[in-house]
Design a protein around this ligand. Structure first.
Ligand code: SF4
Length: 971
């Protein structure tokens, strides 16, 4: 006897939950104890319970109906159907099982499978896809047929597996049953094969199927049986026009097909008139994600938050959206991917450390990423977080060390001259050692999934036990840790392939895959006024105002990632649904959502190309359909404008501030005065001031230090120092002698250089190619240098020199310019000041000394220059290039009391030649004027300017490109 009842349609213009709860109450006479409701997913169940609890028509107390999602319902029926409780296995077990099946088949096969090398490492990525494909076929109740002749269409592995997919499927199901294992797909298929047994199990129950749209193969068979035999009531949220045997809105096509497939009737109490009328629609065209969020925030504030829903097609939007929501009760119901969490950041840091290691040493940036992770820094001892101090020390050491470092080489300093740096050094050291042991050493020798699971377990336990209040304060983080410990680690440890030797690389990659499938749910209770939810979570729910973000085609309806095993265009060969059916479901979800709302705000970004190889974002086809509807109605083309329905999001752009702000001198005036009075200035500090006073402030007066970083090409500055010290030691025996470079011993110089280089701590850890290039470049340059030393007498080497400048008008104020001069020679009874350069050469051109625009004001009207002279400094810089060499001359003159004759830079970076400051046309009188008058006057002007200028102004130049303070400066 058939019990078929007509389907009931609740108009998608009405609240489904409210109307459905009334149907339930009416049809049960208030007794719901025998009622079972099947819903597409768990979310509506909460709303339904809330609606039933709030209904005045339902006498209380009462027993609420049993409400299940389809998979939950199947799981609840299986033990009653089969009398057994099979073990539900995860992906790893499925892949392990399939591997053994494929291994067995290879020996019998005469096809492509026999020719493929099968080892678990190569099979694994195909195994995960094959397991998903077989699961889908079980859910669709499809027994596949072999697909041959696919070579060339798909990759070899895919062609080989599809060629024997039928036997693989049969053996897979047999193997699962033989071992007493189960999967979601197998349960579904077993259900469809035992339908007749259901009649007894479900006899006397009132069954409701609420809000389904497209059905899978098993669902269709199962629900049809219940409808035929057990009085299943099918309730849709759809276009009521279907009840008039019309096709209805195009987005409810699957409902129409369902009716005709089941030869069913539909009824509805709702009016069909206006059932497809669109609600008030507002489109917002943004240029990026942030412009959408800004517009969303503004639009949200124009109405009530009650009954509002912000719908996100993509979980990556969740966190940025949360920053734009009002201070209001908000309920978030969507899964947040574990792979985007802070915990995953720590796990990635641990894995990368091992993947990039070199013997027992680890890459410095990977170590830095690990010890800078907040979870580790926040580990507690008695409420304190002492590892912050210790890891900071370690970071400083790593930054100034070699590219690869051994964690065991770091010995923390727990107290210095100021006393203890942390309260309890012993327990802190224990904790630090525990972190190193569990996060670094514990992952060093992983070859199996079981070992990886153990290491992860120990690390996670440490986080849990030592994290103090961290896990109570950050609930999302603790949920992530819970998932790792309760889902991922057990699956890694307990699968049938957990003990297989995969090696580090595959073990890590399997772990990453498992982790990427995990979603962390936000606490969905209480169901408060404003909702943030995903597109799928919005099914069956109605909201007054909906805000749908990122409505671009690649997200709504969206594109499936390419499946190399069975590409979309081949899916029909196995009778599997393809992208058309998925689009049909997405279309229903989208239209149902907006049809039920009073106002829908749809945001999208247009014309943005996220990456060079990415396509530009295009608004969703659903947006196009909606706009087309409006265009037809209004009989005009709708273009983005300042008004609705399609508003272009624009921001007024003010004039872009082109000059970085200056720094006021007043707060550091005392520090500057102290520096000038007592410490003095070096030629490089003077040069820095001329280049950019703001840079001078950062470098010499602020406490902001340039971040040290490991130089992978060899430490350039360190290499320069090494060459300087080698030259000094080599030439020291020649002090006071008349020498000529060609007469000196090249081999001795080379050997000295090599000995120093090999002793250098950085050299040991450099890559081979960099070592070799340093050796070659060093020896070559030193040889060229010797070749270029002509007849000369070395008077001083690495000697300290200083000039004292009295500042007229500044009481007792004399400023010292001081530094170290690399070499002073005597040639024809004249002093030559020599400076070695391992970088580029900078010195004033001849025209600088003759530039009246510079020298007239400096020599005659210095007073007028002391304020607002950034332009003048720029003029000096561009004409002089660098003042270092002239300042060395000044320092030597003051120190030796002899007027030097010449200064030169030695170009060690090229041929080792001397480049002289004065050319042959500069006569003696001119030299004396420059050294005796112009350089002191220029130096005095600069120091007075430093004192008088109220600000350190920024002077932009090519220097900004590599200035370490660029971010702080804002240039
Ligand atoms: S970024 Fe440029 S302007 Fe700013 S401090 Fe550095 S050098 Fe000066």
């Amino acid at each position: 006897m058939t019990t078929r009842s007509p389907f009931s349609i609740i108009s998608w213009k009405k609240d489904f939950i409210e109307n459905f709860s009334s149907i339930l109450i009416d049809e049960s006479d208030g007794d719901l104890s025998n009622t079972i409701v099947i819903v597409p997913h768990q979310r509506p169940a909460r709303y339904l319970k809330k609606a039933l609890a709030a209904s005045e028509n339902l006498p209380k107390p009462c027993i609420l109906p049993e409400i299940y999602s389809f998979s939950e319902f199947v799981s609840s029926l299986m033990p009653k159907l089969t009398g057994s409780f099979p073990r539900r296995i995860g992906k790893l077990d499925q892949v392990g099982l399939l591997f053994h099946i494929i291994e067995g088949l290879r020996t019998e096969s005469t096809g492509l499978l026999a020719k493929l090398p099968v080892d678990l490492q190569k099979f694994f990525p195909w195994g995960t896809r094959l397991a998903s494909l077989l699961e889908e076929m079980l859910r669709q109740d499809i027994v596949p047929r072999n697909l041959s002749m696919l070579q060339g269409e798909v990759l070899d592995w895919a062609a080989a597996l599809l060629e024997e997919i039928e036997i693989i499927f049969v053996k897979y199901v047999e193997a699962l049953e033989r071992r007493g294992w189960s999967t979601g797909g197998l349960e579904s298929r077993n259900l469809s094969q035992n339908l007749d047994k259901l009649d007894n199990i479900l006899a006397g129950k009132k069954l409701y199927l609420a809000g389904f749209y497209g059905l899978s193969g098993v669902e269709d068979k199962f629900f049809h049986h219940l409808w035929d035999n057990l009085g299943l009531r099918v309730i849709w949220h759809s276009d009521p026009a279907l009840a008039l045997r019309e096709k209805g809105h195009f987005a409810v096509k699957e409902h129409y097909n369902w009716l005709s497939n089941w030869r069913a009737e539909a009824v509805s109490d709702d009016n069909t008139e206006g059932s497809c009328d669109l609600p008030e629609l507002k489109f917002f065209e943004g240029f990026d994600r942030h412009s959408q969020l800004c517009a969303m925030r503004e639009e949200l504030s124009t109405g009530s938050y009650d009954g509002c829903a912000v719908v996100l097609p993509d979980t990556s939007l969740l966190l940025p959206v949360m920053h734009h929501l009002p201070e209001h009760d908000i309920n978030i119901s969507m899964g947040y991917p574990l792979e985007r969490s802070a915990l995953n950041g720590l796990l990635e840091a641990i894995l990368k450390l091992q993947e990039n290691k070199n013997g027992a040493t680890y890459y410095w940036k990977d170590l830095l990423a690990l010890i800078r992770h907040p979870y580790l820094k926040m580990l507690e001892i008695n409420g304190d977080q002492p590892l912050r101090t210790i890891f900071h020390q370690w970071e400083t050491l790593l930054r100034s060390g070699s590219p690869y470092a051994d964690p065991n080489d770091f010995i923390p300093v727990y107290c210095d001259e100021n006393g203890n740096l942390v309260d309890n050094s012993e327990t802190t050291e224990e904790l630090r050692a525990e972190v190193v042991n569990l996060c670094i050493d514990g992952f060093a020798k992983i070859t199996t999934l079981e070992e990886l699971a153990d290491s992860l377990q120990h690390m996670a336990e440490m986080l849990r036990l030592r994290g103090g209040t961290l896990w109570q304060r950050y609930l999302l983080d603790s949920e992530c840790l819970f998932r790792l410990m309760n889902e991922v680690i057990p699956e890694l440890r307990e699968s049938s392939i957990s003990e297989e030797d995969f090696g580090q690389s595959l073990s890590f990659s399997i772990f990453r895959q498992l982790l990427s499938s995990q979603r962390v749910s936000f606490e969905p209770d209480p169901i408060s006024s404003m909702q943030v939810l995903g597109m799928l979570e919005s099914r069956l729910l109605n909201f007054k105002r909906t805000f749908i973000l990122d409505t671009v085609d690649e997200k709504i309806p969206g594109t499936d990632p390419y499946d190399p095993l069975l590409p979309d265009q081949l899916r029909h060969l196995l009778d599997l649904p393809d992208s058309h059916e998925r689009e049909s479901v997405a279309s229903y979800n989208f239209y149902r959502l907006i049809m039920g709302s009073e106002e829908s705000c749809i945001f999208y970004q247009s014309g943005v190309q996220p990456g060079l190889l990415d396509s530009k974002s295009v608004r969703s086809r659903f947006v196009e359909q909606l706009l087309w509807k409006i265009e037809q109605k209004e009989k005009r083309i709708i273009t983005p404008s300042e008004n609705f329905p399609l508003k272009a999001i624009n921001f007024p752009v003010g004039a872009i501030l082109n000059v970085p702000v200056a720094i006021a001198k007043e707060p550091v005036a005392a520090k500057l005065e102290d520096m000038l009075k007592h410490k003095g200035l070096s030629p490089s500090a003077m040069d820095c001031y001329v280049t950019c006073p703001k840079l001078f402030f950062f470098r010499y007066l602020s406490n902001v230090r340039e971040t040290a970083t490991v130089d992978l090409d060899g430490d350039r500055a360190g290499f320069g120092e090494l060459i300087h010290s080698v030259l000094k030691d080599f030439l020291t025996p020649q002090l006071g002698n008349e020498i000529c470079g060609k007469d000196l011993n090249f081999n001795e110089l080379s050997e000295l250089f090599m000995m120093r280089l090999e002793r250098d701590s950085l050299y040991l850890n450099l890559p081979y190619d960099i070592k070799k290039s340093l050796e070659y470049a060093g020896k070559n340059r030193l040889t060229l240098f010797l070749n270029n030393i002509g007849q000369t007498k070395i008077v001083a080497l690495e000697t300290s020199a200083q000039a004292i400048l009295n500042l007229d008008g500044y009481d007792n104020y004399a400023v010292k310019i001081h530094g170290r001069i690399d070499r002073v020679d005597s040639r024809n009874d004249s002093r030559y000041v020599i400076d070695y350069k391992t970088g580029q050469l900078h010195m004033p051109r001849k025209s600088f000394w003759e530039n009246s625009e510079i020298w007239n004001p400096i020599l005659e009207e210095q007073q007028s220059l002391q304020y607002d002279s950034a332009d003048f400094l720029e003029k000096i810089k561009s004409s002089a290039n660098s003042l270092q060499l002239p300042l060395y001359l000044l320092m030597d003159h003051h120190t030796s009391s002899v007027m030097p004759h010449q200064a030169a830079l030695v170009e060690l970076v090229k041929e080792g030649q001397e480049k002289f400051l004065f050319d042959s046309k500069t006569d003696e009188e001119e030299r004396i004027d420059i050294i005796g008058t112009k350089i002191p006057a220029l130096s005095t002007f600069l120091i007075k300017n430093m004192i008088c200028e109220p600000q350190f102004k920024a002077i932009r130049s090519a220097q900004c490109s590599w200035c370490s303070y660029r971010e702080a400066c804002g240039a």
